[in-house]
Design a protein around this ligand. Structure first.
Ligand SMILES: C[S@@+](CC[C@H](N)C(=O)[O-])C[C@H]1O[C@@H](n2cnc3c(N)ncnc32)[C@H](O)[C@@H]1O
Length: 272
């Protein structure tokens, strides 16, 4: 749920996760990040985002938590301006060549004017952020009538929630939030957007490749395998888990949730 924070758990998770913890984690991953999940460079997922956002030549696009610029690159050359913002320099410097402008800053305090962008996108970023503050910032900097799109891995539903969240937590110890599909739309609505649509995409991941992210130890990778080995029938079915000689393949769910910033401030209770 949005707002969940990490509590003390096995395998050395800290009670609180600092900004430094996040940048340290992604600095370790920066060199190999683009190869760390099949979804990173999955062109079908990219096409789905382009189809949802229908970018126009004159658009100004902001990619929040741009990382190495994999999402930014989808828009480069199609729009007037692509700005990327991220807290981890080692990730963001790889995005630089694909951007009109790169800003190293946190999503919770975006150094942009109100209404500056036509489109704000954020893929696999909100799980590390202060919520709802970061999404409120995304809505603040998009123009009235403009779109905010959040793209994130989610559990399918209550049946796989506990096991999948445990797998995600083991794979990324600096992750603070875990989502069900409706949570992304709720985040947009609560930050002031009118929900527009939400689409799903299933990404096929070889768990051994996916867990080899350069920032976690073998002990955690083995703990991830153990969750798959002991997975419930519901989890196995929802994730269409395949096992071959101790290696697992998972069908992970992405949700792409879009909202539109209202053109007029939303009315409060009628004045009496
Ligand atoms: C999983 S990567 C996603 C990168 C990119 N959006 C993509 O889809 O490939 C997460 C990124 O979020 C960045 N990040 C985490 N917390 C952030 C924050 N509070 N503000 C800005 N960026 C943040 C990290 O530095 C990292 O580059």
């Amino acid at each position: 749920m949005p707002g969940d924070t990490t509590t003390s758990r096995p395998l050395g998770v800290a009670l609180t996760i600092s900004r430094h913890d996040v940048t340290h984690h992604f600095a370790l991953r920066a060199a190999t990040y683009d190869r760390s999940s099949s979804w990173c460079t999955d062109s079908a997922l990219g096409e789905l985002l382009l189809d949802m956002t229908a970018p126009r030549q004159g658009d100004r696009v902001l990619d929040v938590a741009c990382g190495t610029g994999l999402v930014s690159r989808l828009f480069t050359g199609r729009v007037a301006e692509v700005v990327g913002v991220d807290v981890t320099e080692e990730m963001a410097e790889q995005a630089g060549p694909h951007l009109s402008r790169l800003v190293v800053a946190s999503a919770e305090d975006l150094p942009f004017e109100d209404d500056e962008f036509d489109l704000v996108v954020c893929r696999q970023g909100v799980q590390f952020m202060d919520l709802p503050a970061a999404v409120e910032e995304m809505v603040r900097v998009v123009r009235p009538g403009g779109r905010v799109v959040i793209i994130n891995l989610c559990a399918y539903d209550e049946r796989d929630r506990a096991e999948y969240f445990e797998i995600l937590r083991l794979r990324n110890p600096v992750r603070r939030h875990f989502f069900l599909p409706a949570d992304l739309t709720d985040l947009l609505r609560e930050a002031g957007c009118e929900p527009e649509e939400a689409r799903s995409y299933v990404s096929v991941e070889d768990v051994d490749v996916w867990s080899d992210n350069g920032a976690i130890e073998e002990e955690r990778r083995e703990a991830i395998r153990a969750v798959y080995r002991d997975a419930s029938p519901d989890f196995r079915e929802l994730h269409a888990v395949r096992e071959d000689d101790g290696r697992f393949v998972d069908h992970m769910l992405f949700v792409l949730a879009a909202g539109i910033k209202p053109s007029l401030p939303r009315s409060g209770p009628a004045d009496s």
